[in-house]
Design a protein around this ligand. Structure first.
Ligand SMILES: C[S@@+](CC[C@H](N)C(=O)[O-])C[C@H]1O[C@@H](n2cnc3c(N)ncnc32)[C@H](O)[C@@H]1O
Length: 222
């Protein structure tokens, strides 16, 4: 394990650095045994997980209402909650054991975020947390499916920020039509953490333009 946080961590977490270190410690102590991270990830927690997550904050406006769809271990939501207390963050996760973990982490770190158990596509979830300014997601689903799940949770003009790494350009080329059909605008690629990280995070951003077929069906059923 990297016991000392890398220099970029101080710049990115600022006053939240002690909490970020505590989060890394919790992941090292319990993440593998709980199936939240693979054993090989322990040695690269900061670069590949915490720092890679926190830099997508560059794309999130001040005080935005944000949903981390499929938060799992708490990525990217927990690092963002630490570095950006202005955000109104909800961690959405369907698996009971992961929800338990997220509740444990957010309580231990004293983070003011909501943890909600459910699947993005459930009507009850849309009613409860829909209308968000942004949905963030990492390693949850291919872009087309992610748009189908996330766009109904956004207000018009809100954005999906999907952490995609090396597959980003291929996913955009493959799923562009499905994204537009689901009510999204043209997907665009962005790099976050340029000048701060050795490997900046590659994300796909999709703005919600129109209500998709699911939103329209729901309105008709009401
Ligand atoms: C591979 S894990 C990634 C977790 C975390 N985002 C990360 O990068 O470490 C995918 C997560 O998405 C959750 N998930 C899958 N389908 C979902 C859905 N329809 N709505 C919300 N979460 C979902 C899973 O339970 C799982 O925790």
């Amino acid at each position: 394990m990297i016991e000392v946080a890398p220099p970029a961590a101080e710049a990115l977490f600022g006053g939240g650095l002690a909490r970020a270190i505590r989060y890394a410690e919790l992941l090292v102590a319990h993440g593998v045994e709980r199936g939240l991270i693979g054993p090989r990830e322990v040695d690269r927690l900061w670069d590949r997980h915490l720092l890679n997550s926190v830099v997508i904050g560059e794309l999130l406006p001040n005080a935005a209402r944000v949903i981390d769809l499929g938060s799992g271990a708490g990525l990217p939501g927990v690092p963002l909650a630490i570095a950006r207390p202005d955000l109104d963050l909800t961690l959405l996760e369907p698996m009971a054991r992961r929800v338990e973990w997220l509740e444990h982490v957010t309580t231990t770190l004293g983070l003011g975020v909501s943890v909600i158990r459910g699947r993005a596509e459930e009507s009850a979830i849309k009613q409860r947390i829909g209308g968000a300014d942004a949905v963030i997601a990492r390693a949850v689903a291919p872009l087309a499916k992610l748009c189908e799940w996330s766009l109904p949770l956004l207000r018009r003009g809100g954005s999906l920020v999907a952490m995609k790494g090396a597959s980003a350009a291929d996913e955009v080329a493959r799923d562009r039509e499905a994204v537009v059909r689901a009510g999204g605008g043209e997907p665009r690629l962005a790099s976050c953490g340029v000048g701060l990280l050795t490997d900046p995070a590659t994300v796909v951003v999709v703005e919600k333009k129109l209500d998709g077929p699911r939103d329209r069906r729901m309105r008709k059923d009401r």
